[in-house]
Ligand binder design. Structure first.
Ligand SMILES: Cc1cc2nc3c(=O)[nH]c(=O)nc-3n(C[C@H](O)[C@H](O)[C@H](O)COP(=O)(O)OP(=O)(O)OC[C@H]3O[C@@H](n4cnc5c(N)ncnc54)[C@H](O)[C@@H]3O)c2cc1C
Ligand SMILES: *[C@@H]1O[C@H](CO)[C@@H](O)[C@H](O)[C@H]1NC(C)=O
Ligand SMILES: *[C@@H]1O[C@H](CO)[C@@H](O)[C@H](O)[C@H]1NC(C)=O
Ligand SMILES: *[C@@H]1O[C@H](CO)[C@@H](O)[C@H](O)[C@H]1NC(C)=O
Ligand SMILES: *[C@@H]1O[C@H](CO)[C@@H](O)[C@H](O)[C@H]1NC(C)=O
Length: 354
């Protein structure tokens, strides 16, 4: 393999590049093309910097069993990689901590501790006996939180370093692609393309009708005094279906979320959502100081009916590997998706490092 082009510089595109460079291969040139990169000002078209982000598992649902099982595998591969990687790279911002779920109206799959949500599949999994008012089911497990915008910058820098070490040419190209075909016109020597554009390219016929957005509004809090949420991330779902969660980004920055609104494309903060989140937080996290709001965030999770697509196709003799539609769990699945994408590309060699 000589020249690999990755379209997209979200957590998926960058993780594909990073994992590719961590394994031994015969690549000479890597080009990452994207409209948005980690150091650019935030825009709601670029989802990754808006993520919490933590790992929150859920039991497989009967209606989406196969894709849930596949995605759960991606998350476990990612967690295993992060365990070693985080301890060697504290500047990655990945921090292991305790995860807690509190559900007011748990589904049967939670109550029965279905596949993907039990001691067999989660580290330090435990059912909680003591529960807050209204909560019918609680569980706790080992998880991690990361600072999404900082982690993306970290990945971009790690990619630069790995290329330098291995003498691989690297180009970050800021460009809005009209199509994937255009890449072949730009680079005659391209040998492989990764399509990691999340919910992009629709306007040129390359539209996947199964893709849709799930709006997420969150609140960034400045908290300078110590909090009980420094080493735990808690997710609560009310019986009305509303989600409330807290994720530590840095010692003084906490993300309080958040909405999950399918097919809601409103790009600005909505007052009613902010009020709902704050009033839920006052009840669920009474010891969280919400008086200093830094900003209100809006992002769009790139979801896909039927689950994410990690797949290969051939166009005029050129391999295109697709990795998109990861919805609300792009960080959690990132390393697993990247490894699957690389396996499809047949770049992986038996002596690879990971
Ligand atoms: C509020 C909120 C909370 C979240 N919390 C979590 C969490 O706790 N854990 C978790 O794992 N995930 C979480 N997510 C989900 C996560 O953010 C996404 O799954 C992830 O960011 C998707 O990554 P991506 O790389 O597929 O897409 P993106 O980050 O959107 O990246 C797409 C890339 O493709 C480029 N692109 C698109 N079209 C074109 C084109 N035509 N030409 C050139 N470039 C193009 C863009 O510029 C960008 O670089 C959350 C999301 C939100 C909104
Ligand atoms: C998930 O991983 C397990 C164990 O590695 C494997 O047996 C199973 O086939 C995988 N499932 C899917 C859907 O990929
Ligand atoms: C590339 O991925 C996008 C989704 O991110 C999809 O809409 C598009 O169809 C894909 N391109 C091709 C050529 O399949
Ligand atoms: C957070 O609060 C501290 C103390 O009031 C202040 O010095 C700091 O500038 C604030 N940070 C942000 C990002 O608002
Ligand atoms: C909450 O934070 C503000 C500053 O942002 C501070 O003035 C106030 O005392 C804090 N409240 C508590 C209960 O710690």
């Amino acid at each position: 393999m000589h020249h690999v082009v990755i379209a997209g510089a979200g957590v998926i595109g960058l993780t594909i590049a990073h994992q590719l460079l961590l394994q031994k291969s015969e690549i000479q040139k890597v080009t990452i093309i994207a409209k948005n990169f980690p150091y650019d000002p935030p825009t709601c078209e670029y989802t990754s910097p808006w993520a919490g982000a933590h790992f929150r598992p859920f039991p497989h649902k009967p209606e989406s069993w196969k894709s849930d099982a596949r995605e759960a595998n991606y998350t476990r591969i990612t967690q295993e990689f992060f365990e070693k990687f985080a301890s060697l790279n504290p500047d990655s911002t990945i921090r292991f901590c305790k995860g807690t779920d509190w559900l007011e109206a748990p589904s049967k799959e939670y109550m029965e501790l279905g596949s993907g949500y039990n001691t067999e599949s989660l580290k330090d999994f435990k059912i909680l006996e003591e529960l807050p008012d209204g909560v019918k089911f609680g569980a706790e497990y080992s998880t991690y939180c990361l600072n999404a915008p900082e982690y993306l910058k970290f990945l971009q820098n790690a990619i630069k370093q790995l290329c330098k070490l291995q003498n691989i040419q690297l180009h970050f190209v800021k460009l809005t692609l009209p199509s994937l075909k255009y890449i072949k016109e730009l680079y005659r020597d391209v040998s492989l393309i990764f399509n990691a554009t999340a919910h992009g390219l629709q306007y040129n016929g390359g539209y996947d009708p199964a893709c849709y957005k799930i709006r997420g509004q969150t609140i960034s809090l400045n908290i300078t005094e110590p909090t009980p949420y420094d080493h735990k991330t808690i997710t609560h779902q009310s019986k009305d279906g509303d989600w409330t969660f807290v994720i530590r980004r840095s010692p003084t920055h906490y993300i309080l979320g958040g909405t999950k609104q399918p097919n809601d494309n409103y790009p600005l903060p909505r007052k009613s959502d902010t009020q709902r989140i704050l009033s839920s937080a006052a009840k669920i996290f009474p010891d969280l100081n919400t008086s200093d709001i830094i900003c209100i965030n809006v992002g769009f999770r790139p979801a896909r009916k039927g689950g994410s697509r990690v797949d290969k196709s051939l166009h005029e003799g050129l391999s295109v590997i697709h990795a998109y539609g990861v919805g609300g769990s792009g960080f959690e699945v990132s390393v697993g998706v990247a490894r699957h994408a690389l396996a499809l590309a047949e770049l992986e060699r038996p002596e690879s490092k990971f």
